[in-house]
Design a protein around this ligand. Structure first.
Ligand code: SPD
Length: 342
């Protein structure tokens, strides 16, 4: 009889626990690889009694394609600057309720009011960085200073390019002396041909370039600054250069899709990310810049002003923002399809 009581009590407890789990809200985050660390996720889960699921994409165009195809489960997405403009235009973003994001005041004005969302009605800056070349200085000598090194046959099969149409077409455009945002079909054609010529040399198109660098699969990679920085932790001989012809700079933003199932929870998550101590964890993990100045108080000295994050003025002057080319996007899409199909 006593055993029967114990069994019923255990059963009730199990049912109670299962029920609690069922009631837990789930926040679905769709972002770049290496952007949301386990401790940031776990900290929010613990404080809010929810589950956070993280899924990743390799390019802004992949994110757009997923949303246009009708993906509806995502609560948080992290598009870059020009893609924020495109998503706003496509009516795919929810307006943010600032009452739920009081930590908005922690953001530096330097990162607000940008061309892609002038009143920050739809986006909050998450991190900033650049694109360039990461290389193993023990192997690649002399230190490269031009995009041309990615066309040097001596590195055949030893380097990767970003699997990202605007960035990779952009690298070729810059090498040719053109703007990242050209709307001249002849310039796009020239960049396309340059990348088709390069293709037999490329080991892989991959946006998570740090994985290849860390594994030693490549000695050089077209890479974003934070990912190059992360690779140096395992391979200290890795260096990062922004080629003399110029490159892209970006702000990756946090947005809520119009179709988000848990909008208020998503706003609470954004507010959590903007706490200085949490925001410092973002930079400590991703190695991209923080948009919350007070977060620097929680960062180790070497991350506060590191040259991978804060290039010198003459380099900054050579950078361009990627912009929405409007209808001309089809030229970029077609060129990329042709490059990948070769
Ligand atoms: N691993 C994080 C990569 C972040 C990349 N930001 C993309 C910028 C595209 N212009």
């Amino acid at each position: 009889m006593r055993n029967k009581y114990i069994l019923s009590a255990v059963l009730l407890l199990t049912l109670f626990i299962c029920n609690c789990d069922e009631q837990k809200q789930q926040l679905n985050v769709f972002t770049w690889a290496g952007y949301v660390s386990d401790d940031i996720r776990a900290g929010f889960e613990k404080e809010y009694g929810v589950t956070v699921l993280v899924d990743t994409y390799a390019s802004n165009e992949d994110l757009l394609a997923k949303l246009l195809a009708g993906a509806t489960g995502y609560d948080i997405i992290m598009p870059s600057d020009y893609m924020v403009s495109i998503l706003i235009k496509q009516n795919l973003l929810a307006e943010l309720n600032r009452d739920n994001i009081p930590n908005f005041q922690n953001i530096s004005p330097l990162f607000l009011g940008k061309y892609f969302d002038i009143d920050n009605q739809y986006s909050i800056p998450y991190t900033f960085g650049t694109a360039g070349i990461a290389y193993d200085s023990a192997v690649v000598t002399p230190d490269p200073d031009s995009w041309a090194v990615l066309w040097d046959p001596q590195y055949k099969n030893q380097f990767s390019m970003l699997d990202d149409q605007r960035e990779t077409i952009g690298a070729a455009l810059k090498l040719l002396g053109y703007s990242l945002n050209t709307t001249d079909p002849e310039e796009i054609k020239a960049a396309k041909e340059k990348l088709i010529d390069q293709k037999p040399l490329v080991k892989q198109y991959k946006s998570e370039a740090e994985e290849l660098l860390i594994a030693g699969d490549v000695v050089m990679a077209h890479c974003w600054s934070g990912d190059a920085f992360r690779a140096t932790e395992t391979r200290p001989t890795i260096r990062y250069v922004i080629p003399k012809e110029g490159s892209s700079q970006f702000i990756d933003a946090v947005c809520i899709p119009k179709s988000a199932p848990h909008k208020e929870l998503a706003e609470q998550f954004i507010n959590y990310l903007l706490r200085p101590e949490v925001n410092a964890k973002i930079t400590a993990f991703t190695k991209y810049g923080t948009c919350v100045p007070t977060a620097k108080e929680y960062l180790p000295e070497h991350l506060r002003m590191h040259k991978f994050i804060y290039p010198p003025k003459e380099v900054l002057d050579s950078l361009e923002w990627l912009k929405d080319p409007g209808d001309f996007t089809r030229h970029y899409n077609r060129a990329w399809e042709e490059i990948k199909a070769k």
